[in-house]
Design a protein around this ligand. Structure first.
Ligand SMILES: *Cc1c(COP(=O)(O)O)cnc(C)c1O
Length: 451
C-alpha cells in the first residue's frame, strides 16, 4: 500500500480499540488533536513510495504525544552536585514546617489581606514583619518578590533622578543578567562611581558627597572576591559619613545571613543584624539564599524608608504571594526558636560533618557494590561565599563515558544531577536528603545497567 490516499482517516483511527484507551484517559477532543498531528507529521515528511504505517502505529504516536503534553516541565530532581544553593536547581529546599505552612494556606482562604481583629481590610505586608524586626533589630520590614525587585523598588522609590554613590569594586554582575549598574539605570537613579576596581577610601566617598545625593549604596560582591592590594570602607564608618551629609545608606547584601557562617569553618558572610547595627538605613537580601526560605526579597531598616517603599506604585508590581509569605514566616520562626541548624535543609547541609558524609557515601557504595569513596569539596553557591568549600566525601564512579552516564541519570523518572571531576562521576551526599538515598541508588543502578 502506497500513496497518501491510503492514509487512515481520523475517524477510523478514533474508532479503533487502542484509541478508546486514550479517549478514556485524555478525552475525545485532545485525542483527536494528537491523532491529527500524528497524521499531519507523516503527511509533511512523506516521500512517494513510502509505506503507510498501521493504525496502531499512529495511535502509538498519539499516545506518546499525549504523555508528553501532560508531563510537567518543572519537576523534582535529586541534586548530587554538592552545590547547596544551586540557582538552576531551585536554590534553597524548604523545611518541613515551611512546606506545611504553604499547604495549610493554599488549602483554602486565608487572612492574606484581612485584619482578623477588626474584620476590616488588612495588608499582606504585615505577615513576616514582626518576625523580621525581632530577628534583625530593624524598625520596619517588607517582603517583595525577590531581591532583584527589592533593589529596583528601593532605588526607584528613594533615588529616582538623584545620585547614588557606589564603589567601582561593587558594580558587579551576579549572574542571570542582574548587573548592579543596569538595575540602577532601570530605576532612574544616577550612578556616581567612586574609588577604583580594587580600592576605595572614605575620602573617595566624602568627595562624592559634596554634591547632592540620595543614597550611598553598598552592594555585596557576592560571587567573586578581590584579593591582593584591596581596601573597602567599613560599614559603620560609611553609614556615619553618609548621615553626616544627610544622605541615606543602603546595603544590598545579596545572600545575607542570620547565622554566622564562620561557625562552620567558612568565611564570615555579612550578617543582616550587623548591617542594621552599623546604622544602615535600608538592608535588602534574598529569601532563598542563606536564609534557606522561599524566593523573596526582604527589606529591613528605618521605618521612614520602608514606608516610602510601601507607598510606591512599583511595590504592587513586585509584591510577594501568599505561598511565599507562609513559607517565609515559618522559616523565620526557626531562627527565632533557635532550631534553624536542625530544621532548615541548607543549614543541615552546611553543618554536616565529613564523618557523616563518609558514612553516607560508604552506604551508597555498599548498596551499589561499585565505586570508590573519595575526599571531595562541596560549595555553598547561590552567589554567596565564593571560593569557599566544605570538606567531605563523595561516591566516585568510573564509567566508560561520563557524559553519556550523566545524560542517563537525567532521563526518566526522578532525574539525578551529578558532576564530573577528573573524568569520573561524583555523587556528593551533602545535597542528597537521606530520605532520598533509596531513589538515588535505584537510579544509579538503572543507569549502570544501561551501560
Ligand atoms: C543574588 C543577589 C541579588 C538578587 O537576588 P534574587 O533574590 O536572586 O533576586 C541582588 N544583589 C546581590 C548582591 C545578590 O547577590
Amino acid at each position: 500500500m502506497t500513496g497518501l490516499r491510503d492514509l487512515p482517516s481520523t475517524d477510523s483511527l478514533l474508532k479503533s480499540s487502542s484509541a478508546a484507551e486514550l479517549i478514556h484517559l485524555y478525552g475525545r477532543e485532545l485525542t483527536l488533536q494528537a491523532v491529527r498531528e500524528a497524521l499531519e507529521r507523516f503527511r509533511e515528511a512523506y516521500k512517494p513510495g513510502q509505506i503507510i504505517p498501521s493504525e496502531t502505529e499512529f495511535i502509538a504516536q498519539a499516545d506518546k504525544a499525549l504523555r508528553r503534553w501532560f508531563e510537567p516541565t518543572l519537576r523534582p530532581v535529586l541534586n548530587a552536585t554538592g552545590v547547596i544553593l544551586h540557582t538552576n536547581l531551585g536554590r534553597a529546599p524548604l523545611s518541613r514546617e515551611a512546606i506545611e505552612a504553604v499547604v495549610k494556606v493554599m488549602n483554602g482562604y486565608s487572612s492574606l489581606e484581612f485584619n482578623l481583629e477588626n474584620g476590616k481590610r488588612g495588608s499582606r505586608l504585615v505577615h513576616a514583619e514582626e518576625l523580621l524586626k525581632r530577628l534583625t533589630g530593624a524598625e520596619a520590614a517588607m517582603v517583595v518578590n525577590n531581591n532583584a525587585s527589592a533593589v529596583l523598588l528601593a532605588l526607584t522609590a528613594l533615588a529616582r533622578r538623584r545620585r547614588v554613590i557606589i564603589s567601582r569594586s561593587q558594580l558587579v554582575e551576579i549572574g542571570g543578567g542582574f548587573r548592579v549598574p543596569d538595575v540602577m539605570k532601570q530605576s532612574g537613579a544616577h550612578l556616581a562611581e567612586v574609588g577604583t576596581t580594587n580600592r576605595v577610601h572614605l575620602s573617595d566617598y566624602e568627595e562624592a558627597l559634596k554634591e547632592p545625593a540620595a543614597l550611598v549604596l553598598r552592594a555585596h560582591s557576592s560571587n567573586f572576591r578581590i584579593i591582593g592590594f584591596t581596601s573597602e570602607v567599613a560599614l559603620p564608618e560609611l553609614a556615619q559619613l553618609a548621615h553626616r551629609y544627610g544622605v541615606g545608606m543602603m546595603d544590598d547584601l545579596g545572600s545575607g545571613t542570620l547565622l554566622d557562617t564562620s561557625r562552620y569553618g567558612l568565611v564570615k558572610e555579612p550578617m543582616v543584624q550587623d548591617s542594621i547595627s552599623a546604622g544602615v538605613d535600608l538592608v535588602c537580601f534574598s529569601g532563598d539564599k542563606l536564609l534557606g526560605g522561599p524566593q523573596a526579597g526582604i527589606l529591613v531598616g528605618r521605618k521612614e524608608c520602608i514606608d516610602r517603599l510601601r507607598k510606591h506604585p512599583l511595590a504592587r508590581a513586585v509584591r510577594a504571594d501568599k505561598m511565599c509569605l507562609a513559607a517565609l514566616s515559618a522559616t523565620l520562626m526557626h531562627y527565632l526558636k533557635g532550631d534553624a541548624e536542625q530544621k532548615i535543609p541548607i543549614w543541615q547541609m552546611i553543618s554536616a560533618s565529613p564523618t557523616e558524609m563518609a558514612h553516607r557515601a560508604r552506604l551508597w557504595q555498599t548498596r551499589l557494590g561499585i565505586g570508590e569513596v573519595v575526599k571531595s569539596l562541596s560549595t555553598v553557591g547561590g552567589g554567596s561565599l565564593p571560593e569557599e568549600t566544605l570538606a567531605g566525601y563523595s561516591l566516585q564512579l568510573s564509567v566508560s563515558s561520563p557524559d553519556r552516564f550523566l545524560a542517563r541519570l537525567r532521563a526518566g523518572e526522578m532525574p539525578v544531577i551529578a558532576r564530573i571531576e577528573d573524568d569520573k562521576v561524583l555523587f556528593d551526599p551533602r545535597t542528597i536528603f537521606p530520605t532520598d538515598d533509596e531513589r538515588l541508588i535505584e537510579k544509579i543502578h538503572s543507569a549502570l545497567r544501561e551501560q
